[in-house]
Ligand binder design. Structure first.
Ligand SMILES: NC(=O)C1=CN([C@@H]2O[C@H](COP(=O)(O)OP(=O)(O)OC[C@H]3O[C@@H](n4cnc5c(N)ncnc54)[C@H](OP(=O)(O)O)[C@@H]3O)[C@@H](O)[C@H]2O)C=CC1
Ligand SMILES: O=C(O)C1=N[C@H](C(=O)O)C[C@H](O)C1
Length: 250
């Protein structure tokens, strides 16, 4: 079966990457390539929508896609847990049979594993801080990956409770997500990096991931596009589509 894909953000870096992958894949076909000015009705009739736009535009695209019965893969950043809850409520209003949404903070397999390892380690340490670095053109901070990592680590701590983040009221201590400080660097020469540093009694553990080329996103994009038409409900994170053998409940 051929999966017809509508790409929102088609003029951007990720959109162009998706167009190439669709062109090369025998089981995928381009339904529509949406630019900033393209009416969202161009999505109508697709088997799956793929959103890689801007945090300010993504919610309208997701809502439109759900309203017309098209499942959607969302790669755009800025989807924190409270914003995802709003989409869950919107889907419930649409009733049974509402299409699936796959929020994917990071399509890179190494990044997904790094986040899963961080969640696994979270309850064993007193202190946790995240340092993420991205290319200078990134418009949002902290990164969606860092927010997701902090949310999963906070949830995984359970009864251990929040980490110690002394002097967190000082601006240089980063932005707190779930009590975990996130420090964002925006630099020429960088694609995307994340370093989770955990501190305990007489030791630190660092979990670091680097995307050195956008090619790291390709396998994850293809996996998400192929799974979305049969998916149900709201899924967050590519880990849900992979057999990691460890749990990272949201
Ligand atoms: N999940 C993941 O693994 C990854 C996610 N991302 C995220 O994907 C998103 C896109 O990244 P990237 O391709 O690098 O960014 P680009 O800036 O290269 O492209 C952004 C795209 O979104 C469009 N756009 C911008 N503003 C709006 C708007 N208000 N309404 C509709 N369309 C708009 C742009 O159109 P125009 O050309 O007209 O400006 C362009 O097509 C970002 O949120 C980024 O963080 C990026 C890499 C990996
Ligand atoms: O804007 C980017 O480039 C990226 N954005 C995503 C994020 O915010 O985490 C994913 C990846 O880090 C690249």
């Amino acid at each position: 079966m051929t999966i017809r894909v509508a790409v929102a953000g088609a003029t951007g870096k990720m959109g162009k990457l998706a167009l190439r992958l669709i062109e090369e894949a025998p089981d995928l076909e381009l339904h529509a390539a949406l630019g900033r000015e393209t009416p969202l009705s161009a999505i109508d009739g697709a088997d799956v929508a793929f959103d890689v736009t801007h945090p300010a535009a993504s919610a309208d695209i997701v809502r439109h896609s759900l309203s017309i019965g098209v499942p959607i893969v969302v790669g755009t950043s800025g989807w924190s847990a409270p914003r995802i809850s709003e989409i869950e409520a919107f889907r419930r209003e649409l009733g049974e049979g509402a299409p699936a949404v796959l929020f994917v903070p990071n399509f890179s397999i190494g990044s997904v594993l790094g986040t899963a390892f961080a969640a696994l380690a979270a309850k064993f340490f007193d202190s946790i801080e995240i340092v993420e670095a991205h290319h200078a053109g990134k418009v949002d901070s902290p990164s969606g990956t860092a927010v997701r990592t902090a949310e999963l680590m906070t949830a995984a701590r359970g009864e251990r409770g929040p980490v110690a983040a002394p002097h967190a009221d000082q601006r240089a201590r980063g932005q707190l997500v779930g009590g975990i400080p996130i420090h964002s660097l925006r630099l020429s020469g960088v694609v995307a990096e994340q370093r989770v540093v955990l501190g305990g009694d007489g030791e630190t553990l660092t979990i670091a991931h680097s995307t050195v080329s956008p090619s790291s996103y390709e396998a994850g994009i293809l996996l998400a596009l192929r799974r979305a038409p049969e998916a149900e409900g709201v899924t967050v994170g590519l880990d849900a589509l992979l057999d990691l053998g460890i749990s990272s409940d949201r």
